[in-house]
Design a binder for this molecule. Structure first.
Ligand code: FAD
Length: 400
């Protein structure tokens, strides 16, 4: 079984001394095995090869590199994102500079509209949204703030997601924008969700309709997969796609593992399975040049089964006679995308994290290994910081 194969493989990882014994003639040995070729794995591999002079084998069970950021040209020649739209945004000049070694950029500011009552209105809610929905003429920030104060509900103690939203924007905006969307996205009513989930959904009093407010907002000029190819293009890096950890050929050996897969999988789910919410993506090419006015339109009502539609040409600036879109359907089953924000899951993660702390020759990095939703720039930052610590340790070991 997979569990047995994992146990056997990880048994072989117990200590560097054990590993040295497995370096027999005919075996291929690497300094580091990186499991997962997403942002976490690719940044670690790149730094360990170029920065630390290590030999690195990168594997990914999917048939491609770039993890969830993977993009490719579909049958109509349109550059699409297989796992939902990925928009790069960061406040960190250092992270942008690092990635700029591997790609050029095109400027792109993300805008999202929500389909509410036969209108397309700006999302997050801003002054324009209020004016359009309620036929108002709010002229400045103060007028919009006063309007939101007038509809906000005093709920007393904020205990859940519903309380968070209602206390900021009132019952009507909650019902139109958040209730159905949250029930679809998480499969539960907002009143049963941790208050932290809605804390990230602000309402603005300005007319700023950019989805992100970060200092740097851009897209890789040739796409994410091309950027990952450049990162991994080094004589000391070997990449095997379509290759899971559990069924790696036995003739391979390594000294250190960088694990960017699910942390509970590494430990054979021995404390239980960490719960995730998943997504099903429905891709379609349409016989028209443009399908919608912006890259993403949200469908917050409960009756529409998908949460949003993405049209990629807005993101990439590509010109073509046809256009490709993706509908996103939240799901219980499927690839792990969003960690479930409840105390039991967090507690289980903390226990796994303690087990991870005892693994001397394994480094856990990335969104699945740390069981938390992170944006791409945060994962790049996490991986760079992790590599620096590891590199410093290796340098000290070399001196000893
Ligand atoms: P991943 O990209 O998931 O890479 C992990 C890799 O490990 C996967 O390819 C997986 O196949 C592989 N793997 C796992 N287990 C094994 C195993 N046992 N053996 C071999 N391989 C294995 N961030 C933004 O900044 N902007 C956005 O617009 C944005 N949009 C998003 C939209 C959606 C729908 C989702 C779900 C996320 C979005 N994100 C966005 C977040 C972004 O996807 C993550 O920050 C990023 O993917 C994290 O990189 P990672 O390397 O940690 O994980």
């Amino acid at each position: 079984s997979i569990t047995d194969a994992l146990a056997a493989r990880q048994g072989a990882q117990r200590s560097t001394a054990d590993l040295a014994a497995t370096r027999l003639p005919g075996r291929r040995h690497y300094d580091v095995l990186v499991v997962g070729a997403g942002f976490a794995g690719a940044v670690m591999a790149e730094r360990m090869a170029r920065g630390s002079g290590k030999t690195v084998l990168v594997i990914d069970k999917r048939d491609h590199i770039a993890g969830n950021a993977y993009d490719h040209h579909d049958d109509a020649g349109i550059l699409v994102h297989r796992y939902g739209p990925h928009i790069f945004h960061t406040n960190s000049g250092d992270i942008l500079d690092y990635l700029t070694r591997f790609t050029g950029w095109i400027p792109y500011e993300h805008r999202v509209l929500a389909a509410v009552d036969d209108q397309l209105v700006p999302m997050p809610i801003n002054r324009t949204t209020l004016n359009m929905l309620y036929g108002l003429n709010l002229q400045d920030d103060e007028a919009a703030a006063e309007y939101l104060r007038s509809v906000a509900v005093d709920v007393g103690d904020i205990r859940n997601s519903r309380d968070t939203v209602v206390s900021q924007v009132g019952e009507d905006l909650y019902a139109r924008f958040f209730e159905g969307y949250t029930r679809k996205q998480w499969g539960v009513d907002p009143s049963q969700l941790d208050k932290s989930v809605a804390a990230r959904v602000p309402a603005r009093t300005s007319c700023d309709d950019r989805y992100f407010t970060d200092r740097y907002q851009c897209m890789p000029d040739k796409g994410y997969t091309a950027m990952f190819s450049a990162m991994l293009d080094h004589p000391s890096i070997e990449v095997m796609t379509g290759q899971g950890y559990a069924d790696l050929p036995m003739e391979l050996s390594w000294d250190h593992v960088v694990w960017t897969g699910p942390i509970d999988e590494y430990f054979h789910h021995r404390l239980g399975r960490l719960p995730y919410r998943s997504l099903r993506f429905e891709h379609e090419t349409l016989d028209c040049a443009q399908a919608q006015p912006v890259a993403v339109v949200n469908y917050p009502d409960y009756d529409t089964p998908y949460t949003r539609i993405t049209e990629y040409k807005h993101l990439t600036g590509q010109q073509a006679a046809r256009t490709s879109i993706t509908r996103e359907y939240p799901a219980d089953e499927g690839d792990p995308y969003y960690p479930i924000p409840n105390p039991a899951a967090q507690d289980m993660y903390r226990q796994y994290s303690r087990l991870a702390g005892d693994c001397e020759n394994v480094t856990f990095v990335g969104r699945l290994a740390t069981y938390r939703y992170y944006n791409m720039d945060q994962i790049v930052g996490q991986a760079l910081a992790t590599w620096r610590r590891l590199d410093a340790r290796w340098r000290l070991d070399a001196l000893a």
